[in-house]
Design a protein around this ligand. Structure first.
Ligand code: CP
Ligand code: NVA
Length: 327
């Protein structure tokens, strides 16, 4: 279905998730290439015509259940969903993690009574998996220790805006093979990008993410490489990094700072990349550690465009999951 406006621009109505093959979003593996294309179309339509879907989620309620701190994920979901007319409830569970007072399954079955979707940020990935198994409404992973699918969605949307075609785009992810890396690897492989992960030995992406990404790569033509050599930044069009110490890893901080120091993204590292390379970071950044001020604040940085796209990509996702195409 399409909504034709008075002007010649035709706004695609979000495809139904049933036709796209997912109900919950636990990892970037939820998104096939058709789903990503549809999500990017809707996000771009919203950006081109802000407000075109205003009210599309009137009467819907989205619950945010967060065990860990957040600026971007929390506010981009809260503000984004309210722009679509949904009511949003934020529940801070940093002092009492899911499973302590009642089980993840009991959280999910109760939330399903009142909410139309649940976005959750957990320490353990199995918590969000258990919630999804017991939930009759969509559960969206707003970051677990293993995956950050909403981040990957916004990252690819940002790269698409910058470079047009994602197929063959030369991306380098430098640093810790963590949740952000794994999600980018899976989503990037789905769209046929050329992904180089540069990480110190022992901090590689998870074997599961590499397995899924390799499967996707066989279908899309993506290339996946993993190395510990910074010289592999040569000619990369995207240089992406994330913190060396993720939430929940504070006890390892000192050891990690030492291991990752040679992997800092600074002017020298950027000079190895393609002349038109962009710098990306999911944020929050730890200035002077994984990235220097001159790179993060410099002309090649598109980190704020990425942060802005969190809202647009997630709104597309909420529309796919919750909007009534016949309304
Ligand atoms: N990038 C990201 O998820 O930021 P927050 O931790 O602030 O949500
Ligand atoms: N890898 C980071 C991402 C924060 C958005 C973490 O898990 O803390």
């Amino acid at each position: 279905m399409t909504i034709a406006l008075a002007s010649p621009i035709v706004i695609p109505f979000p495809a139904r998730p049933a036709t796209l093959g997912f109900k919950h979003v636990l990892s970037a593996a939820a998104f096939g290439s058709d789903a990503l294309r549809s999500l990017f179309d809707v996000a771009s339509a919203w950006k081109a015509r802000p407000g075109v879907y205003a009210g599309a989620l009137a009467g819907r309620t989205v619950v945010l259940l967060f065990e860990k701190p957040s600026l971007r994920t929390r506010l981009s979901f809260e503000i984004g969903a309210s722009k679509l007319g949904a009511h949003v409830v934020y529940m801070d569970i940093s002092k009492q993690r899911i499973g302590e007072r009642e089980s993840p399954e009991d959280y999910a079955s109760n939330l399903s009574l009142w909410a139309d979707a649940v976005v959750t940020r957990t320490y353990a990935h199995h918590t969000v998996e258990a919630m999804a198994r017991a939930s009759s409404v969509p559960v969206i992973n707003g970051l677990s220790e293993r995956h950050h699918p909403c981040q990957a969605l916004a990252d690819l949307l940002t790269m698409k805006e910058r470079f047009g075609d994602l197929r063959g785009l030369k991306i380098a992810y430098v640093g810790d093979g963590n949740n952000v890396c794994d999600s980018l690897l899976i989503a990037g492989a789905t769209v046929g990008a050329d992904l180089m992960v540069i990480c110190p030995p022992g901090y590689d992406p998870s074997p599961e993410a590499v397995r899924i990404a390799s499967q996707r790569a066989r279908a899309s033509g993506a290339e996946i490489m993993i190395t510990d050599e910074m010289e592999a930044l040569h000619n990369r069009q995207v240089v992406y990094t994330d913190t060396w110490v993720s939430m929940g890893q504070d006890e390892e901080a000192a050891a990690r700072q030492a291991v990752f120091a040679p992997y800092q993204i600074n002017a020298r590292a950027m000079s190895l990349a393609a002349p038109d390379a962009v710098f990306m970071h999911c944020l929050p950044a730890h200035r002077g550690h994984e990235v220097t001020d001159e790179v993060l604040d410099g002309p090649q940085s598109i980190a704020l465009q990425q942060a802005d796209n969190r809202l647009h990509a997630q709104n597309a996702l909420l529309l796919h999951l919750l909007a009534d195409p016949n309304a």
